[in-house]
Design a protein around this ligand. Structure first.
Ligand code: SF4
Length: 261
């Protein structure tokens, strides 16, 4: 494991993702090391190296503070190529220090995470005029979650944190993706109910993005689970059915379902 403190030159990057103007990534690398993560493909990092290093952008709160003085107002995504609440954040608090700077200018923020650690920062996040927390959850089956996202928070921890965030008035949503192929259409209404009961106001859906190397990486992790293997082999056709059902549930239950890409 290689953990390095580094200095960055810029903090905010322009984002082309829908509804987002900038991205802010306090770390380069992510110890959650999800098997389906496509960030290594985006950043051209060898898959074998992903999850084994993190660059901590020690000076990013200061760089951000300078940039915010002249930046046009826009929604900032935290983060797009790392998890801002991966385990190292507990010690380094880089995301927290960035939030402190952002709050001075009260820029709109959208945080996306798979970690319960975000609960620590609800005191700051709740002070923004416009803040959203999006929890990423692709399944409610924690045994299957452990195969693909072993180092992220458990599903229960994510749902509990979602509920706490929603109860204090923060806008909360779910990034339901990649939707695990083991979920049948019949099980989807119950899953959406669970998200709603825990405070999700909107659900963004996504499939596995099988960029080069990802399919093989996932197959290695699910070798012990025959059903998962079978379903994963047909994950694209499974997603078409899941998506159709999700739109139907959305209409019936009055919750907004949005396709991620
Ligand atoms: S939490 Fe996000 S950035 Fe981190 S490894 Fe998982 S998918 Fe990649």
């Amino acid at each position: 494991m290689q953990i390095k403190e580094v200095n960055c030159i810029t903090a905010l990057s322009k984002s082309n993702l829908p509804g987002l103007d900038y991205s802010l990534n306090p770390y380069r690398g992510c110890l959650h090391n999800c098997a389906y993560c496509y960030v290594p493909n985006v950043l051209r990092i060898k898959r074998d190296a992903w999850g084994r290093f993190v660059d901590i952008k020690k000076n990013i709160p200061k760089v951000l503070s300078n940039e915010l003085r002249n930046k046009k107002r826009g929604v900032i995504a935290i983060s797009t190529v790392t998890d801002p609440y991966q385990p190292l954040e507990k010690k380094y608090k880089i995301t927290r220090y960035c939030l402190e700077q952002l709050l001075i200018y009260d820029f709109p923020i959208c945080l996306q995470t798979k970690s319960k650690l975000i609960e620590r920062d609800l005191d700051i996040i709740s002070k923004f005029s416009n803040a959203e927390i999006m929890f990423s959850i692709g399944t409610l089956n924690d045994n299957e979650r452990k195969l693909l996202e072993p180092y992220a928070s458990t599903i229960k921890e994510r749902l509990d944190t979602l509920k706490i965030s929603s109860e204090i008035g923060i806008k909360t949503s779910i990034f339901f993706g990649p939707i695990y192929p083991t979920i049948s259409s019949e099980n989807l209404p119950k899953i959406i109910d669970t998200f709603k009961e825990n405070g999700a106001k909107e659900i963004m859906i996504d499939k596995f993005n099988l960029k080069p190397g990802i399919k093989e990486n996932i197959e290695k992790k699910i070798v012990s689970n025959k059903l998962f293997q079978e379903k994963f082999a047909n994950s694209n056709s499974m997603y078409i059915l899941q998506k159709e059902k999700l739109y139907e549930i959305g209409k019936k239950t009055n919750i907004k379902i949005v396709d991620a890409f």
